[in-house]
Design a protein around this ligand. Structure first.
Ligand code: IMP
Length: 193
C-alpha cells in the first residue's frame, strides 16, 4: 500500500521507510506533487499534526501520517511548545531560539522540560494518534553541536550528555520522535495490510 509521510525531509522519510513493513511504500510530499506550504495554524501539537495529515488526505486522497514536535519547558508554562520552530521569530533560527530559552531561564533553578512528538495517521477513513515523550533538563549553556533545534541545551534524564553531544543513533533510540514512530511501526506490524 502507498502511504504519504507529510514531510519534505528526505532523510526522515528514508529512516521511517526502513522501519516499516515491506508492504508499505512511503511517499513524500514531493512524490505526490504537494509543494505548497501546509498551514500549521493549530494551538497544540495535536491540532497541527491533524491539520497536516488531513490536508493531504482531503486534497490528494492518500492515506497519510504527519508528525509535529515541540519542546515544553515547565518553568515557562509549556513554552515554546507548538511555537518551537519560530520561538525567537519567523526566521526560525535555532541559535536564537536556544538563546531565548536560556535567557528566560537565567537564574531559574527548576529546569525540567520534555520534548513531545505527536504522530497523526489517517488510514482507510480511520485516524490514530501516537505520542512520544522524552523528559530531561535545560542546561545552563549550549553543549555540543550535533543534532538540530534545541538539542545542544537539552539533557535527557539518565544521561550526562545533551542531545547535541549524543550520537544520532543514541538520540534516536530514546527520543520523542523515535518513540512516536516506534508506536506507528508497531501499529502496522500488528495490522493486516
Ligand atoms: P517539527 O514539528 O519536527 O518541525 O519540529 C518543530 C521544532 O521543534 C523544530 O523546528 C525544532 O526547533 C524543534 N525540534 C523538533 N524536534 C527536535 C529535536 O529532536 N531536537 C531539538 N529540537 C527539535
Amino acid at each position: 500500500m502507498k502511504l504519504v509521510f507529510a514531510t519534505h525531509n528526505a532523510h526522515k522519510l528514508k529512516e521511517v521507510q526502513q522501519l516499516l513493513p515491506s508492504g508499505i511504500e512511503l511517499l513524500s510530499l514531493e512524490d505526490i506533487g504537494c509543494i505548497e506550504e501546509i498551514p500549521e495554524t493549530g494551538e497544540t501539537l495535536e491540532e497541527n499534526a491533524k491539520l497536516k495529515a488531513d490536508f493531504v488526505t482531503k486534497k490528494y486522497g492518500f492515506d497519510c501520517f504527519s508528525d509535529d514536535t515541540g519542546l515544553l519547558v515547565n518553568a515557562l508554562n509549556g513554552a515554546p511548545g507548538v511555537y518551537s520552530a519560530r520561538y525567537a521569530g519567523a526566521h526560525k533560527n535555532a541559535k536564537d531560539n536556544m538563546a531565548k530559552v536560556l535567557s528566560q531561564l537565567a537564574g531559574v533553578a527548576e529546569r525540567e522540560a520534555h520534548f513531545k512528538t505527536v504522530v497523526h495517521l489517517n488510514i482507510n477513513g480511520e485516524n490514530h494518534v501516537f505520542n512520544g515523550i522524552v523528559k530531561g533538563v535545560i542546561t545552563e549553556a549550549e553543549q555540543g553541536d550535533g543534532g538540530f533545534g534545541y538539542d545542544p541545551i537539552f539533557k535527557p534524564n539518565g544521561h550526562d550528555l545533551t542531545f547535541g553531544e549524543l550520537s544520532a543513533a543514541r538520540k534516536n533510540a530514546i527520543s520523542h520522535r523515535g518513540r512516536a514512530i516506534q508506536k506507528l511501526v508497531s501499529f502496522f506490524n500488528n495490522r493486516q495490510l
